[in-house]
Design a protein. Structure first.
Lengths: 268, 384
């Protein structure tokens, strides 16, 4: 079966060439988002420190100080996502990129190529660039009309939200942060590809704090050798798809069954 | 140590068999011998008569010349030495015969470290191992090297440099810039090209352009010399900005060096504030005096003057500073003393001290941590 490259990155380069004003406006939006991200990161540092202190005091989820600290951290996340939404909406309203003749033409070519395909494959890579290019060309609707096979970063963009994480950078633990919203094709989850490699999962408090922070969304660790199909059923290696639970464990992911306490502290 | 003590008692019991016992011992073990507590035992025996053997090393705080003990009546010698955990010691043997000492590498240790003066034997204690990220990775995309020459108004002569371009370099895109003092040595002895390829390929370090520059009258130029600072800013940086796709903001401009190269880097940042936003200072020769005169010789006068002024009246340093020094260096005192000064006046400071000496492998081994902090790559964003 032939494979057709949608050439999203090349398409954006073409827009850079033919519609510099639009691209400049897009760059301004991205710069504004970056500036907000600086504030977001600073706020996360103190919010996570608060969560860790509260956890260290009693080491129990029911502790009201822990719950309050988690709520504060979630508020920081929500504020960032709301600010990101505002910037994206403002850009869409003022620039109307999908109505721009250059974008219409390039996007039309992408959709033509896609219409001839039986399925869409979305590989991993730089998840920020992937999400931004797909979003710029307004592929949300098109995504819903094809079977999709996505992995790593490609899977991340299909979930409701995209979380960035890495506990093992060369200069220490990175504090997990939201990149942005995903396309929401797989509701109710945040995908964490290569979680074993990137997260310190052997420490139950790390697992518990991350699960509580993301609730009611379910953090699903994706490892090589397994997958989830359109009905939420797992296939492949038995321990490849697991859910991080608020009691600090990794449990086999079952879409029909929310693990104990999955939406407690955070949403109370 | 226990193995050598066993050897000594074995030879005491069988003095006539000493030669065979020594030959078997020498063939059986890897030297220096290391025990689980990171104690090293050095061993020398070449079958020829010798008057004495000394260990020569550059570990500040230990006597730099330590005499070996003779084993019985033989011409074999040993020396036990306790090392800090994870330490890495470069050394030579001095073998004395007929009143003449001869320096040599340890003939029973194949581990060598090279520098512009030749090579030293290496004793890695316990957990130390050569990092895998500085070995050639066949999967890593290779950047390219270019040789350039340009005219420096400051020096009134032509100067050469080598430029590293990352594999992903493409027209129309601009990159951060790092200028490296003693560039040829960093390429040759610290494997900097290979580790740049690896770290950029792994998304740990941002793709960047790296300019490897060299001093001509090196020590004089690098010793807090205003002309060198002007050369870097007004000649080299201006030339690179005019000819290469480099980003113009200070946070994308770095300068680095070791020893006197670190002094030159810091001096450049102080003399031209706001230009260099990233400083990587390794084993900086930041000598100063609290009272009286220094005793390091006239070459150090400008450095001591500069660092004394800096400590007395530190100017704002609009940069992120990565500072490192080996605990076996006499310079560790000066480097530690500057950390609180930098913490007061710089944007951000990171200090690493490690059980190693004033050598290229120490500087190489810090580069991953330093570069990923100063020029972080998009690893955070990559899921593949």
């Amino acid at each position: 079966m032939p494979v057709v490259n949608l050439r999203l990155y090349g398409a954006f380069r073409e827009i850079e060439r033919v519609a510099p004003d639009l691209v400049a406006a897009h760059a301004r939006k991205q710069a504004a988002l970056k500036a907000i991200k600086v504030l977001y990161r600073d706020a996360i540092v103190s919010a996570i420190a608060g969560v860790q202190k509260a956890w260290a005091q009693r080491r129990e989820r029911a502790c009201p100080w822990f719950q309050q600290a988690i709520r504060h951290l979630q508020q920081v996340d929500e504020l960032f996502l709301a600010e990101a939404d505002r910037l994206h909406d403002q850009f869409a309203e003022t620039e109307r990129p999908l109505s721009h003749p250059a974008v219409e033409s390039v996007r039309g070519a992408i959709l033509d190529r896609l219409s001839g395909c039986s399925a869409l494959l979305i590989a991993g890579g730089h998840v920020g660039v992937l999400r931004n290019r797909m979003s710029f060309f307004g592929l949300d609707e098109a995504l819903r009309q094809k079977p999709i096979i996505a992995w790593s970063g490609g899977a991340m963009v299909l979930a409701e939200r995209i979380l960035l994480y890495h506990d093992h950078t060369t200069h220490g633990v990175g504090l997990a942060e939201y990149l942005d919203r995903g396309f929401g094709l797989v509701p109710g989850v945040v995908f964490l590809p290569h979680a074993e490699q990137r997260l310190e999962l052997s420490r139950p408090e790390n697992v518990a704090i991350l699960a509580a922070r993301l609730a009611p969304l379910r953090p699903v660790a994706l490892e090589n050798g397994g997958g989830i199909d359109a009905h939420g059923q797992c296939f492949g290696r038995a321990d490849a798809i697991r859910e991080l639970t608020v009691d600090g464990h990794l449990a086999p992911y079952d879409p029909a069954h929310r693990t104990a306490g999955g939406d407690d502290a955070a949403r109370s | 140590m226990q193995r050598v003590l066993d050897l000594v008692s074995h030879i005491e019991r069988h003095p006539n068999d000493a030669r065979r016992i020594l030959a078997e011992f020498a063939a059986r073990w890897q030297f220096p011998l290391m025990d689980e507590h990171d104690n090293a035992t050095f061993f020398y025996w070449d079958g020829q008569p010798a008057d004495a053997v000394f260990l020569q090393h550059w570990v500040f705080g230990l006597p730099s010349r330590q005499e070996f003990r003779r084993i019985g009546q033989t011409d074999a010698f040993y020396l036990p030495l306790a090392l800090p955990k994870g330490a890495r010691v470069e050394y030579k043997f001095e073998v004395v015969r007929g009143g003449n000492g001869r320096w040599m590498s340890d003939p029973r240790n194949g581990r060598r470290a090279f520098d512009p003066f030749g090579s030293n034997s290496v004793c890695p204690a316990g957990s130390y191992s050569d990092p895998e990220w500085c070995r050639e990775d066949p999967h890593a995309r290779r950047g390219s090297m270019q040789s350039h020459r340009f005219f420096s108004k400051t020096w009134g002569e032509e100067r050469d440099y080598q430029l590293y371009l990352p594999a992903e370099a493409r027209p129309g895109k601009e990159y951060p810039l790092l200028i490296v003092h003693d560039g040829n040595d960093f390429l040759h002895y610290a494997e900097m090209k290979t580790l740049l390829d690896n770290l950029i390929h792994r998304h740990e370090v941002a793709p960047l352009l790296v300019c490897f520059t060299n001093g001509v009258r090196r020590n004089w130029e690098y010793a807090a010399n205003p002309r060198q600072a002007d050369f870097l800013r007004l000649d080299l940086l201006a030339h690179l900005e005019a000819t290469q796709p480099v980003l113009a903001e200070p946070q994308f401009r770095g300068i680095m060096g070791s020893s006197f190269g670190a002094v030159s880097s810091l001096y450049a940042a102080v003399r031209h504030p706001g230009v260099w936003g990233r400083l990587l200072l390794q084993s900086g020769s930041f000598a100063f005096t609290d009272i009286g005169e220094h005793t390091r010789g006239p070459m150090w006068d400008p450095i001591v003057g500069f660092v004394n002024n800096l400590r007395e009246n530190p100017p704002p340093i609009d940069a992120q500073i990565y500072l490192s020094c080996g605990t076996f260096e006499s310079l560790i005192y000066y480097n530690r003393s500057l950390v609180p000064v930098f913490q007061r006046v710089a944007q951000r400071v990171r200090f690493a001290e490690v059980p190693d000496g004033h050598n290229w492998i120490n500087w190489r081994d810090r580069l991953r941590e330093a570069l990923t902090w100063l020029f972080p790559g998009p690893l955070w964003m990559y899921y593949e």
